[in-house]
Ligand binder design. Structure first.
Ligand SMILES: Nc1ncnc2c1ncn2[C@@H]1O[C@H](COP(=O)(O)OP(=O)(O)OP(=O)(O)O)[C@@H](O)[C@H]1O
Ligand SMILES: [Mg+2]
Length: 251
């Protein structure tokens, strides 16, 4: 199972979902790999000391001699590994221009280590470029975080169109696992309206578990911990654990 967490909108909770969903799988004794494909490297920084990273996913993409096994590092949590990103990934597109297999790089490299993991979670950058397309080609499933905000659904058409293009040729079996509403504030009527709007567009695809707004979730990456270690009693921990259960039920 390879789950891409994607939405080209920035700041909707992709990284928070990727790091905590990966941690939830690891807690359930699944050998889990978290791949960071965002040049901002926020997932990487949530688990590793970035100054100690010599090779990253950038090298995996551009150097045929570098495999995933050369960059994967254990996180502090049992059953969890991270394939780190670096800012260099921002220049990947320019570097791979003209290469015929540029959309298949991740899929091909991942295939060589796939048997080491039960679950792979991919954190995508806020764009629909080569990195996100690589994730969609390599993925078996897609999970879309949508922020509970007034412009929540803006841009989802472009995302769905990209998914359709990927399905047409490169990855016909890619499945939309679901949509998770993030940063929800259940006290406001606006948030309830937004939820109704998202339900109308995505119907049964919307996960029952909603991730509410939580200071704990915001703080945990700074302590290099998942929410389960940083604040195991918090709403964020309960919600991401439930989301993981729902994900398992759906696949
Ligand atoms: N449930 C939540 N409650 C409160 N803050 C949250 C929650 N989820 C995410 N955040 C915060 O919102 C900001 C954006 O979240 P995150 O980095 O996960 O989004 P993203 O989609 O990965 O962003 P980008 O597109 O830049 O990669 C971060 O500061 C994060 O800590
Ligand atoms: Mg992010």
């Amino acid at each position: 199972m390879v789950i891409a967490i994607a939405n080209q909108k920035g700041g909707v909770g992709k990284t928070t979902t990727a790091i905590n969903l990966a941690a939830a799988f690891a807690l359930r004794n699944k050998r889990t790999l978290l791949i960071d494909l965002d040049p901002q490297a926020n997932s990487t920084m949530s688990y590793l000391d970035i100054t100690t990273i010599e090779r990253s996913m950038y090298d995996v993409f551009v150097d045929s001699a570098v495999g995933m096994a050369d960059v994967i590092r254990p996180a502090s949590q049992e059953n969890l590994w991270v394939a780190p990103s670096r800012i260099a990934l921002a220049k990947l597109e320019a570097r791979l221009v003209g290469e015929l297999d540029s959309h298949f790089k991740l899929k091909d490299k991942l295939a060589l280590v796939a048997d080491r993991f039960d679950v792979v979670v991919i954190d995508c950058p806020p764009a629909l470029g080569l990195l996100t397309v690589n994730a969609l080609v390599a993925a078996t499933h897609l999970l879309i975080p949508i922020q509970s905000s007034y412009f929540a659904l803006e841009g989802t058409d472009d995302l769905l169109e990209t998914i359709e293009r990927v399905r047409t040729r490169a990855n016909p079996t890619l499945r939309i696992l679901g949509v998770v509403i993030t940063m929800h504030d259940k006290r406001t009527s606006l948030a309830r309206d937004i939820r109704a709007q998202i339900d109308k567009v995505f119907g049964k695809k919307v996960f029952r578990t909603v991730i509410t707004k939580s200071v704990r979730l915001e703080e945990s990456p700074a302590y290099k911990e998942s929410i389960f270690r940083f604040a195991p009693e918090s709403s964020g921990a309960t919600e991401y654990y439930r989301l993981c259960e729902e994900v398992i039920d759906r696949v």
